[in-house]
Design a protein around this ligand. Structure first.
Ligand code: F0G
Length: 456
């Protein structure tokens, strides 16, 4: 069959509404033109994030009822541990309440002042946690990953030559570990090839530097390897994931993505000393090591969800909806990052709105236009999120201005996608009317969440 269908039917519904255009204008003004400050009820289609926003399966809801809420050594913990061990093969497994909790404890136990932590691209919370411990977070994405237009696979790969140069420059003593983020969220949700993970590991072994995988979207990455990399077509997604983790010494995970859950995360590692230190911090900050800040029912949900994310039919369907959107944008000449990512489509706001200077934040103009046009909430990944100030206080824009449409898992149907495309096309046709913004108030870090904008 040519038509790829959702490999599920819907047993429970949640109503959504499109409030009137006048009310959308009022809501956005009240939110100081920052969509993070909108009420979710005022958003008809919410593409702010794919994190914690997915729909659970009947099996997960059933598992929830089996939750054992014992403080220590619960049955639910055993199931969670078994699933995570089957996938990652790691000796030590620690639940956390979400990804950044794992990152924060990891940075606390492993990162010292002036350390250098390479990654293909750090996610913003990973970077912030490393910097909070005094470390420097370096992005070493391959050159092809910077090219938004080339339709080639594995643009999330790390540049192994740059990594070798960084190790030579800073010395092994300053690099407690190296990270790889699968898929590369901030670089367009692009996958990392197994060949690249292997090559990075080979280099790191030479210098005895451990590898930590940021594994939020490990199952989507495994799907891309299955589809696109030689030698993997006959392997199951579970086998591919197992191979990916086999090259790592540890991993952090936000299970709000490929755990198909609304909350959860973990840290896993092979090293006994790391485990001992992590365990002590976990008890201090998150909870006893067999629940780590989660309820027993959350552990149940995750033990099922992590495996469902590796279901091939589910990944085929997920990718089909996302590439459907890519094909439409391509046919209309609307600029987006090619190829489409594993969890999102990224519109290229710089090309979409070339008349808006970067420090008037074209991404914010586009995000706000999508909201006003059709009640769609998206997020800017550009100069508001990644811009910075130099030592003279001058604002330096980000090299790229993107708008991310992140797709919650198993939530929106084909007609929702058609609606999104209609909204994007209308905005595209009226793009010359969209203006810039200036920031009227901002906090000292992670400003995109709470800053206020005024229209110019
Ligand atoms: N690493 C990556 C690659 C992420 O995408 C995220 C979260 C985290 C770590 C942190 O996990 O939210 O559970 O604490 N990304 C979400 C997003 C928020 O919208 O992309 P968390």
């Amino acid at each position: 069959m040519r038509t790829i269908i959702e490999p599920f039917r819907i047993k429970m519904t949640e109503p959504i509404h499109l409030i009137s255009k006048a009310d959308r204008e009022k809501a956005l003004a009240k939110a100081h033109n920052n969509v993070f400050l909108l009420d979710a009820d005022d958003c008809c289609i919410d593409l702010l994030t794919d994190s914690g926003t997915g729909a659970m399966s009947a099996q997960q809801w059933a598992a929830l009822m089996l939750g054992d809420e014992s403080y220590a050594g619960s049955r639910s913990w055993k199931k969670f541990e078994a699933s995570v061990r089957q996938i990652t093969g790691m000796k030590h497994i620690f639940p956390t309440h979400q990804g950044r909790a794992a990152e924060s404890l990891m940075a606390h136990i492993l990162v010292k002042e002036n350390d250098v932590i390479p990654n293909n691209s750090h996610f913003d919370t990973t970077r912030a946690n490393i910097e909070f411990s005094g470390g420097n977070a370096l992005n070493l994405l391959c050159d092809k990953g910077m090219d938004l237009k080339s339709d080639i696979p594995f643009k999330g790969d790390m540049d192994v030559e740059k990594l070798a140069a960084v190790i030579e420059k800073y010395g092994v003593e300053r690099i407690p570990f190296c990270m790889i983020t699968v898929t590369n969220n901030t670089g367009g949700g692009q996958p990392v090839s197994m060949a690249n993970i292997k090559a990075v590991k080979k280099l790191l072994i030479k210098y005895k530097i451990p590898l930590i995988i940021d594994s939020c979207r490990f199952a989507e990455n495994a799907y891309f390897i299955h589809e696109l990399e030689d030698g993997y077509a006959d392997k199951s997604l579970l086998e591919i994931a197992q191979e990916m983790f086999s090259y790592a010494d540890a991993a952090t995970m936000s299970a709000k993505k490929d755990g198909l859950a609304n909350i959860g995360g973990f840290f896993v590692c092979q090293n006994d000393e790391w485990a001992e230190n992590f365990r002590n911090m976990l008890i201090l900050r998150e909870g006893f090591p067999t629940y780590g800040g989660l309820a027993g029912r959350d552990l149940e949900i995750l033990s099922v969800g992590l495996m469902e994310a590796l279901d091939y039919d589910y990944q085929v369907y997920r990718h089909a909806t996302i590439s459907y959107m890519g094909k439409f944008l391509q046919s209309k000449g609307i600029p987006y990052v090619k190829p489409v990512g594993g969890h999102a489509v990224f519109l290229d706001a710089k090309e979409f709105l070339p008349h808006i200077p970067q420090l008037e934040y074209p991404g914010i103009g586009l995000v706000n236009a999508l909201y006003i046009e059709g009640g769609i909430r998206s997020v800017e990944l550009g100069s508001v999120m990644f811009g910075h100030f130099d030592t003279n206080g001058k604002e330096i824009p980000s090299p790229i201005e993107l708008v991310r449409l992140a797709f919650p898992r198993r939530v929106y149907t084909q007609s929702h996608f058609d609606y999104m495309l209609e909204v994007i096309e209308n905005v595209w046709q009226n793009r010359t009317k969209i203006g810039g913004h200036r920031i009227t108030s901002q906090p000292d870090f992670l400003r995109h969440f709470t800053c206020h904008f005024a229209k110019i």
